[in-house]
Design a protein. Structure first.
Lengths: 230, 488
């Protein structure tokens, strides 16, 4: 049979394809629907948090930080309750990471504050002596892309029925109408910050990346489905 | 059998990809060395402002060495050896020639765009699949053109039976196509939201645990179909050619090939052990990872036994050295991987530096060694000149071997140290170390790893210099060497 296959490239290719496709079908499909279900009461990310997630992606925090607490005592002692599948239901993409050069962040919102993050992003060693994380000062001046975050909310609402409200609608007009809500959320965070440039920008209606990022980091943890945790 | 005495192979496209392999190899390893040094000396994060942080550069390093260096190497060797094992010349068909050149032109555009967009921070944040949707589409076009060239060459072949190397290249084409398409399924938000926001942005069709499964089905098997399958295809061609020895066992190559095809895909979930992926999938990933030793070692042993009775060549020919060491590192790496995939070992190893350590004994010791040996073998045949310097190859070999050993030993120690410290508890059951303790302790190992990067990069510069000299000013050959590559 193998000799014959080697002389008939088409059937050879079909054979190879069947052999390699098999595993994916068996391992990925059976659990697909179940793994898409959220934990009870989970709310989707706000538009500001989504913009913060884009900053997290852009500056590629997953190079060093995981968002996956494994079910070991050493991990639950350090980071809190181990991660549940349903907590990730609105994570597109998943941001588990594969390397912990820095600590896990899946529940960072439960135990760090806006103020801590502001100091940390400006100069990591000011709050963690010995840290090898670079400072991300550019996040204090770069303006977050709220329009793209809004577009993402619209997309996941329409394509995957992520439960956003009726005020999330396609089109530029709907976005302009929604913008003040994002700014209001940003103002709450900026009020707890001390950087003058950030405060001025937010007062002028612009949202620096660091504000969005902090909104996102604060949302990580159990507060998105359990009001008591914060 | 037709006579192939008059057949003049056309290496235009193979040469073009040889140039990009050298270029991207240098760039990718330079970035790699820089980010390795950043972990030991964080001040180095501020050389290029926003664009020079470890986090921004790390995916650029992986993408340039994978899609720049390795994929160039794969295409260069493909366009060289496919003609020879199929006994057809690219020049025989204007169409094939055009498609080959078109593929290279598009590849160059895509690779350049990849570097620029990733520096700017456009990313899907899926490892080894960072590129955003416009680039994904371009890559699909490039891949399809490669498939057309491959099957067009096969269509007009004179040698009826496909040589082992071709099996692997066909598998590389199919496997990457399937995995790439499924993993990159995403919706561009600009269109879905009625013209709001950035046109580059897209959102994954899968969420959370599902996204993780699909991503590591891709991530693990990108390793399979980019770092393993075509590289095995290369060694099956270049080792027998360079040594003048026939492949040791046809049956073993059959077993290894079909075994690898069947087993590899199952093992993807070993990247997700102890995660929220169902337990049975984790166990499957774990078990199949161990089974994977068989076909991997099958190929490696087949290659080592090909040298049976001719081990003296190891001392005489540095290219044989590269290839024999490559298959040895392949064995090391494919034993180490399954060990890390055992759940109890993984509990310590996962998230630590042992993982990049494992990756690099494979990609440096196996992939890069094999590609460089292949390109060295091709050079006298493509450029009709002897290799510029044998002693330079020898020096490069020892320098780079030292580099690889320093890399994985330092990362083994770093990884296991960190994994053990994370879980260490005192007599009352409290955690003994704060996280930062487990970072600062790694400084010496990070420094050693940075040094290993400098050594490997230096070796690569020697390789590049040797190749460029071979292309331009080495002694001209009057006839094609049969086996051992001539070198001064």
């Amino acid at each position: 049979m193998f000799h014959w296959l080697e002389k008939n490239p088409f059937f050879f290719a079909v054979g190879v394809f069947l052999v390699i496709a098999f595993a994916g079908l068996v391992e990925i499909l059976p659990n697909f629907a179940e793994a898409s279900r959220p934990v009870a009461g989970l709310r989707p990310y706000t538009v500001l948090e989504l913009a913060g997630k884009e900053v997290y992606k852009k500056d590629n925090c997953i190079a060093c930080h995981s968002q996956l607490i494994r079910p070991f005592k050493a991990e639950t002692d350090r980071y809190g309750q181990y991660s549940l599948s349903g907590e990730y239901a609105y994570d597109r993409p998943f941001l588990w990471g594969s390397k912990r050069t820095g600590p896990d962040l899946h529940r960072v919102g439960n135990y760090r504050t806006t103020e801590w993050h502001e100091n940390h992003m400006w100069d990591p060693t000011s709050v963690v002596p010995g840290s090898i994380m670079p400072a991300y000062k550019h996040q204090f001046t770069n303006i977050a892309d709220i329009a793209t975050a809004y577009a993402e909310a619209v997309t996941v609402k329409n394509a995957f029925h992520t439960p956003y409200g009726d005020d999330i609608q396609p089109g530029k007009k709907a976005f302009e109408a929604y913008k003040p809500k994002v700014l209001a959320e940003a103002k709450k965070i900026a009020a707890q910050m001390k950087n003058k440039d950030v405060k001025d920008a937010v007062a002028a209606g612009k949202i620096p990346e660091v504000v969005a990022l902090i909104a996102y980091l604060n949302s990580l943890g159990t507060s998105r489905y359990d009001a008591k945790s914060k | 059998m037709q006579s192939n005495a008059a057949l003049e192979y056309d290496y235009t496209v193979a040469k073009l990809y040889t140039y990009t392999a050298i270029l991207f190899g240098f760039v990718g390893m330079l970035i790699g060395t820089l980010i390795a040094a950043q972990l030991a000396f964080p001040e180095l994060n501020y050389l290029l402002g926003e664009y020079g942080t470890f986090s921004r550069l790390r995916p650029l390093h992986t993408n340039v060495v994978i899609y720049g260096f390795t994929v160039s190497g794969i295409f260069a060797t493909f366009y060289y050896l496919a003609q020879r094992v199929l006994k057809v010349s690219m020049a025989e068909s204007k169409f094939i020639m055009f498609m080959g050149k078109l593929q290279f032109a598009l590849y160059l555009v895509a690779a350049t765009a990849m570097v620029i967009t990733e520096l700017m921070g456009y990313t899907q944040s899926k490892e080894y699949a960072q590129m955003e949707w416009p680039l994904d589409l371009l890559i699909v076009v490039i891949w399809v053109i490669w498939g057309i060239v491959m099957f067009a060459l096969i269509g007009i072949r004179r040698e009826k039976a496909l040589y082992i190397s071709m099996w692997y290249f066909i598998a590389c084409f199919l496997g990457v196509a399937m995995l790439y398409l499924f993993n990159n399924m995403a919706i561009p938000t600009y269109f879905a939201a009625g013209g709001v926001g950035s046109i580059m942005h897209s959102v994954s069709m899968y969420s959370g645990t599902n996204d993780a499964l699909v991503q590591w089905w891709w991530g693990h098997n990108a390793v399979a179909f980019v770092f393993t399958v075509p590289i095995v295809g290369m060694i099956y061609y270049f080792l027998p050619k360079e040594s003048g020895q026939a492949v040791y066992s046809y049956k073993l190559s059959l077993l290894s090939f079909w075994g690898l095809m069947f087993v590899y895909l199952w093992a993807g979930s070993h990247h997700l052990l102890w995660s929220t992926v169902p337990d049975w999938m984790q166990t499957m990933g774990s078990i199949f990872s161990v089974v994977l030793i068989l076909p991997s070692w099958g190929s490696a042993i087949n290659m080592l036994l090909t040298m049976k009775g001719e081990w003296n060549q190891l001392t005489e020919n540095p290219l044989i050295k590269f290839m024999v060491l490559a298959s040895t590192f392949y064995m090391l790496s494919t034993l180490e991987g399954p060990i890390q995939a055992i759940k109890s070992v993984n509990a310590i190893a996962h998230f630590t530096d042992w993982i990049p350590g494992h990756v690099h004994d494979g990609v440096l010791g196996w992939v890069a060694f094999m590609i460089m040996a292949g390109l060295f073998h091709m050079a006298p045949r493509m450029f009709k000149r002897e290799i510029y310097s044998k002693s330079l190859i020898e020096a490069q070999f020892w320098l780079q071997t030292t580099a690889v050993v320093l890399y994985f030993t330092s990362m083994w120690i770093a990884g296991i140290t960190q994994g053990m410290m994370w879980r260490a508890v005192d007599e009352y059951g409290n955690l003994m170390y704060s996280f930062i303790d487990t970072v600062t302790v790694l400084h010496p190992y990070y420094a050693i790893r940075a040094l290993s990067g400098v050594l490997f990069l230096t070796g690569f510069v020697m390789f590049a210099y040797n190749m460029i000299k071979t292309m331009t000013s080495s002694k001209v050959l009057t006839e094609e060497p049969q086996f051992k590559s001539p070198m001064a």
